[in-house]
Design a protein around this ligand. Sequence first.
Ligand code: ADE
Length: 243
Amino acid sequence: MHYSVLTLFPQLLEPWLDEALIGRARAKGLIDISLHNLRYHAHNKHNTVDDYPYGGGAGMVIRVDVVARALQALREAFETIDAVILLSPAGRVFNQKLAEELSQKKHLSLLCGRYEGFDARVENLITDEISIGDYVLMGGEVAALTLIEATSRLIPGVIGDEASHQQDSHSSGLLDYPEYTRPPSYEGKQVPDILLSGHHANIMRWRRQEALKRTLLRRSDMLNKAELSAEDLGFLEKLSQEF
Ligand code: ADE
């Protein structure tokens, strides 16, 4: 997978993308990330990428011609671009399913806004508009990082244990079960005995039930879409009688 990020602040993204699992995945050649400064495509005396909004109002708007030139330069450099995603609070809301879909692509171009946003005519230049949630950030950079984090970890080899993302919160349609490690007792709180029992089948059942319980208590909306067995449904029925 190649990610191209178009931003006015590539230096904000660099340190994040150089370290830890993403840095390692890049070093191993599992993913490629290139950062492109929109300002290089300003093509005017003062290198400005933005201008006042027609009709008046606060803030500045990023010019459509600047974005068009930046994307054209990307297309000339890479043949593989199969999605141009604008990060904006007005986009469709990102979730695990969308992360799974996007992780199958060859090349995602991520367009990060600042100021009041882009000239509305960028809609003709993009293939998708995505928001990471119902709140407004100061720019699209953190949203682009979120999208890179959530999609790259689904690419085989990027995180150590491939099975582990299938049991993640959200991948299975449920929140994850609670995990414990040493010490077995901490300030009077014990690790559940079953996890120390060595009985694999019982541990699996307990984990499933804990995931169901957590999801019911914290995100009951998710249960409508989750794949649930007859045993799961029976457990949930019993639980709801208890509460
Ligand atoms: N830019 C500003 N706010 C955003 C959000 N919620 N999602 C994506 N990009 C953004």
